[in-house]
Design a protein around this ligand. Structure first.
Ligand code: NAD
Ligand code: TYD
Length: 339
């Protein structure tokens, strides 16, 4: 099989590329990535010499480039990870989210129509369902939960999902969509909660927790997300949405305290800061469908996953130190300077 993986130089995409090349050494993976601030070619360094791997720098919203790529390569499958992915950035700069997440997805869908495809898979997010109240632990997102977005990020992802579903209904394109909860693990850019807190704690810097840290996220180790996507692409039913999550809800404060304890650092580093505008309260996935239909369940529980993740950031200090020493400084000042 020839598979185009877009956004493969980012966090989940890079984990997916490594997973696929290990699991299916005969498949050919072509990574198309624009290398935005979040894309890092270092994440793919160890597979660059693999003859079953090709890297192409480019924008999924660039129609001419995408067209040529499909014409030259005639892929069997396209898996779209490429997106602007950080909610806080979507609050300050929504424009690029519309361009990459919506227009980019549309361009890929058009190329799939034009050249034919066995499967287009859209990597979406549970954030398209909006949020759940903190005092109703009995409520979960199912695939039938209405789309009800909060941030420009989630609105752009929901728009892309609607386009994907429209191309299935109108043009018969063989699509699937996965909506996963929050991921954590190696290669996650240190603007997101878990790697940001690990990096700051290791540098004895304040840990900025929004509001009182009571918001809840449902954490999944990234490899389990990769396994789920692979299963959906190979065995999932065309036209369907699959929720992916492992019933692992934690408040942000709980997560931060676990990290501090694991690193032997003081809770005095925690600094409660002004809340994110429109901050979603709780995400919680009901993964019954993917469990029943495809036999998926998470293999790495949080206690083990967070230790592995912290271990990776300790072992790969130069990876994140390089990132936080550059343009990231301006971002950090803008995002946290007056908070
Ligand atoms: P990321 O920000 O770490 O990586 C995104 C990658 O996409 C980067 O390599 C970037 O260079 C590339 N990219 C961005 N715009 C592009 C464009 N226009 N053309 C080509 N490449 C482009 O993101 P991530 O956390 O790895 O998320 C990957 C996907 O998974 C996203 O679609 C996101 O919405 C979804 N998702 C993420 C999570 C999570 O917890 N991180 C959870 C559920 C779903
Ligand atoms: P994030 O990793 O940005 O993922 P998302 O908003 O897509 O779920 O944030 C996870 C949670 O952590 C979210 O409730 C916001 C909170 N948070 C903080 O409290 N402080 C921070 O510095 C960041 C980045 C996030």
């Amino acid at each position: 099989m020839k598979i185009i993986v877009t956004g493969g130089a980012g966090f989940i995409g890079a984990n997916f590329v490594h997973y696929m090349l290990e699991e299916y050494p005969d498949d050919h993976i072509i990574c198309l990535d624009k290398l935005t601030y979040a894309g890092n070619i270092e994440n793919l360094e160890s597979v660059m010499d693999n003859e079953k791997f090709t890297f192409i720098k480019g924008d999924i919203a660039d129609r001419l480039l995408v067209d040529k790529l499909f014409r030259d390569e005639k892929p069997d499958v396209v898996i779209n990870f490429a997106a602007e992915s950080h909610v806080d950035r979507s609050v300050t700069d929504p424009d690029i989210f519309l361009q990459s997440n919506i227009i980019g997805t549309g361009v890929l869908l058009d190329a799939c129509r034009e050249y034919g495809i066995k499967r287009f898979h859209q990597v979406s997010t549970d954030e398209v369902y909006g949020d759940l109240p903190l005092d109703r632990p009995d409520l979960f997102f199912t695939e039938d939960t209405p789309i009800h977005t909060s941030s420009p990020y989630s609105a752009s992802k929901a728009s892309a999902d609607l386009l994907v579903q429209a191309y299935h209904r109108t043009f018969g394109l063989p699509v699937t969509i996965s909506r996963c909860s929050n991921n954590y693990g190696p290669y996650q850019f240190p603007e997101k909660l878990i790697p940001l807190m690990i990096a700051n704690a290791l540098n004895d810097k304040e840990l900025p927790v929004y509001s009182k840290g009571e918001n809840v996220r449902d954490w999944l180790y990234v490899k389990d997300h990769c396994i789920a996507i692979d299963l959906i692409v190979r065995k999932g039913t065309v036209g369907e949405v699959y929720n992916v999550g492992g019933h692992n809800e934690k408040t942000n404060l709980e997560v931060v305290k676990i990290i501090l304890k694991e690193l032997g650092k003081s809770e005095d580093l925690i600094k409660f800061v002004a809340d994110r505008p429109g901050h979603d309260r709780r995400y919680a996935i009901d993964p019954t469908k993917i469990g029943n239909e495809l036999g998926w369940e998470p293999t790495t529980l949080f206690d083990e996953g967070i230790k592995k993740t912290i271990g990776w950031y300790l072992d790969n200090r130069s990876w994140w130190e390089n990132i936080i020493s550059g343009e990231y400084q301006n971002y950090y000042e803008k995002m946290y300077g007056n908070r």
